[in-house]
Design a protein around this ligand. Sequence first.
Ligand code: NAD
Length: 340
Amino acid sequence: MVRVALIGYGYWGPNLARNLHQLPQSVFAACCDLDAGRLAKVAALYPGIRTTTRLEDIWQDPDIHAVVIATPARTHYSLARQALLAGKHVLVEKPIAMSSAETEELIALAEERRRVLMVGHTFEYNPAVLKIKELIDAGALGDIYYLYSTRVNLGRVQQDLNALWSIAPHDISIMNFLLGTMPLEVSARGAKYLSGLVEDVVFADLAYPNGIIAHIHASWLDPSKVRKMTIVGSRKMIVYDDIDPEGKVRLYDKGADRINGSQIYGEFQYKLRTGDIYIPKIDLTEPLYLECAHFVECVQEGRRPRTDGLNGLRVVRVLEAAERSMAKNGVPEPVEPVSL
Ligand SMILES: NC(=O)c1ccc[n+]([C@@H]2O[C@H](COP(=O)([O-])OP(=O)(O)OC[C@H]3O[C@@H](n4cnc5c(N)ncnc54)[C@H](O)[C@@H]3O)[C@@H](O)[C@H]2O)c1
């Protein structure tokens, strides 16, 4: 049995706790939070669990094999580093760290200590996203032309992290996963309307290899909750709506086919195709459960997780380029490739 400690029991921590508790191959053994009031809540829900406000209690406990870090993003690097140095396997929430230098250090440390380092890119465990990946890889969409995603809501306003670092890691991780590569260049604009400290809304344009372009709209200052991605290919198109209970993934047999035989050179005619809509059945298992189960399996079997440190680094490199571009009012910035 893998004995796991959770660090951070704020907004997201309780979801991780619930799933860690349900896993058959692990024991949710301990929880650390700086806030004693939050620890009282976790202790009431999971009797017998060890709670503490002191991180040292977790690091020094030889019966804790692995930790899950769900604290604010700026603490990820320091806590993950301490955990690895203490010999623990680590699952850290997104973004893995706040810079590629920090991320590279964590990757090297995990290698050196032979410990699992995994980032919580939840959507890469989401059965809907896995189904889309399956369809793309099977060639159902033909060549991918472009994709765009909207992840907006009113609320969960942050003051120490902008909407890019807080929200967009999900979209970047999904896009990198679906396309099996990372962007070459990013252009982004954002605006600080509320606190004046961090961008509440970000529009980012990503240029992937093979002429594929992508767009991300991330905001916590928007009238409605939207979690939607559209992927347009040469043969078919997909709309993925994560909050649509009736059909999260819809495959549209729509497109524009060129008609041969036009008499005038350089002038083409197109026949628009509006065929069937296919709604594949999607496994309803909670993505966070699948993510936690994968982490525990990797710890047990000494395997490299699907969303390992390098996967985290690919997302951080895009975030860094987007941040640089935002500072230059949208001037395109190259994304440093991950060649490791
Ligand atoms: N995967 C997802 O869909 C998803 C969704 C929401 C949040 N998150 C991620 O989860 C993490 C936490 O976000 P949140 O919204 O729950 O934040 P939060 O501020 O609500 O909770 C953070 C908790 O960590 C505790 N904490 C802070 N520093 C600590 C330390 N040094 N040691 C121990 N405890 C400490 C705080 O007391 C608080 O209880 C972030 O990285 C965020 O990106 C992921």
